[in-house]
Write a protein that binds this ligand. Structure first.
Ligand code: ADP
Length: 170
């Protein structure tokens, strides 16, 4: 019997409640879900790859999901997916703003490997506005990010902001 493997790739800088919801939904569609944490230096992440990987692993362990694993990668997504034997790429879609980028990437990825399908999922309506980028911006200006990330991730972000030292002026 063949097993279906899916990859949910992302920067996860940091992992949010929106990501966690996509993981919970996505894992039901495949036998094995691999969360691929990309290096993505072009995004100038707040957390190093190893830190993001450790955070995602910790979050997934706390969610207690038996068919989910977490792997870091620094390669072309489709090559990583092929190496993992995946047949599905999972991505989350928020508002229209995500669509153009995701549409283009899925299309280009079809050129690279047409056997691997990209599947889009929507998070719970209440979690759709959550974006890592805004979580970081709010935290950098001393705002409360409790609604957007787990308590452990909140502590990590707050500690990082304290190290970077930016809280804003009035
Ligand atoms: P990337 O740098 O690859 O966009 P992200 O960590 O920002 O990585 O996001 C990974 C995936 O999760 C993307 O498909 C993104 O659209 C999706 N995603 C992020 N936040 C949410 C959310 N609140 N609801 C649904 N999908 C989301």
């Amino acid at each position: 019997m063949s097993t279906r493997t899916g990859i949910y790739p992302g920067t996860f800088d940091p992992i949010t409640r929106g990501h966690a919801d996509i993981i919970r939904r996505g894992r039901k569609l495949v036998d094995h879900l691999i969360i691929g944490v990309t290096t993505n230096p072009s995004k100038n992440p707040m957390f190093e790859t190893e830190e993001r990987l450790a955070m995602v692993k910790r979050e997934v362990a706390a969610m207690d999901l038996d068919n989910v694993s977490v792997v870091g990668f620094n390669a072309l997504l489709m090559k990583f997916a092929e190496a993992q034997g995946a047949s599905v790429i999972l991505r989350g879609l928020r508002a229209v703003a995500d669509f153009e980028y995701e549409y283009q990437m899925a299309g280009m990825n079809q050129y690279l490997d047409d056997e691997i399908e990209t599947v889009f999922l929507m998070a719970d309506v209440s979690l759709q506005p959550i974006a890592s980028k805004l979580v970081k911006e709010i935290a950098l200006y001393g705002g409360d990010i409790t609604s957007f990330v787990s308590p452990a991730v909140r502590d990590d972000v707050v500690a990082r902001v304290e190290r970077i030292g930016m809280k804003g002026d009035y």
